[in-house]
Design a protein around this ligand. Structure first.
Ligand code: E4P
Length: 294
């Protein structure tokens, strides 16, 4: 085991098995992997097909996704491979669940990604009852994370919740605060939900995730390469996170909210504009790979 292995599990945020292997060789380990429709659309083989003018049928898209995660699956450790269902704003829990059930059979270490919406949470609630591991994605608020906790209570397997740091930063909010607030809120709970820091854009996000002792972090290959070239350093007690945007402007703090984790999951405010936008973006990227139906 490398001397500088953090307590936080490191997942590669990508859709290319060759990249996962390269990172594994570089840093000495990879605990897991997250994928999403945008990352699958960027997979080199998919890109090659698109460049030749070819567009996939939905069945071919699914087959490509399956092939990619089957290549990644044996490369990673016990944090598994997250596979995201197709969901637009009208997709029902039942439709997500049918996909989740199928995707869960693709590899032995799958986590199924559902969005932090009402329908996504309904799908997660049933999934955990059926023993399907889940990763709740597009999480931008403490309320959404509280709902994830409440909807998956009683699960035998750890549930992941993925707060998106970078996308909050992009609009001037301090995304790291959401991670911090969720961790604080979960201290009162039974620890069945693990926080997976996502939408990591730079080394500071990663180092702050380590400093907060986040259970897992999913990290783009480029950021992991930078971390490795700088000696795979871990933050010490003097680490201070600079909550600034790339222009050096201060990011707006996000206040902690007192929420009752024992409340019914439907009682939390699930709405977040970035969840909605994120779903629309994933749909657009997925559809960009598809043949238009006649
Ligand atoms: C991982 O699960 C997320 O889909 C990913 O981190 C999103 O990152 P982005 O905001 O850079 O697209």
């Amino acid at each position: 085991m490398p001397a500088n292995r953090p307590k936080t599990k490191i997942l590669v945020d990508g859709g290319d098995p060759d990249e996962t292997l390269r990172i594994k060789k570089l840093i000495g380990f990879v605990d897991g992997q997250t994928t999403n429709p945008s990352l699958i659309a960027k997979n080199p083989e998919v890109q090659q097909l698109l460049a030749s003018g070819y567009r996939l049928t939905t069945e071919e898209q699914t087959a490509e996704y399956k092939k990619i995660v089957q290549k990644i699956s044996p490369l990673v450790g016990d944090a598994g491979v997250s596979i995201e269902v197709y969901a637009d704003l009208d997709t029902t829990a039942e439709q997500m669940l049918a996909q989740g059930q199928e995707m869960f059979s693709w590899i032995p270490n799958a986590y199924i990604k559902y969005p932090c919406t009402h329908e996504g949470l309904r799908a997660a609630h049933v999934s955990v009852e059926r023993g399907i591991r889940v990763n709740m994605t597009l999480c931008f608020s403490q309320d959404q994370a509280a709902a994830v906790y409440a909807a998956t209570r009683g699960t035998k397997e750890p549930v992941y919740v993925s707060p998106f740091i970078g996308r909050l930063d992009d609009r001037g909010d301090n995304g790291m605060d959401v991670v911090k607030n969720i961790l604080k809120m979960y201290q009162a709970g039974d620890h069945h939900v693990h926080v997976l820091a996502a939408s990591i854009r730079h080394l500071e996000h990663l180092l702050c995730s380590f400093a907060l002792n986040v259970e897992l972090a999913t990290v783009p290959g480029k950021v992991l390469e930078k971390w490795a070239t700088q000696g795979s350093r871990l933050p010490d007690g003097s680490f201070v996170y600079q909550a600034i945007d790339p222009q050096g402007q201060a990011l707006k703090p996000i206040e902690y909210k007192e929420l009752d984790l024992n409340a019914p999951w439907e009682s939390f405010d699930l709405h977040h504009e970035l969840t909605r936008k994120g779903i629309q973006q994933f749909v657009a990227d997925y559809e960009s790979t598809l043949r238009k139906s006649a």
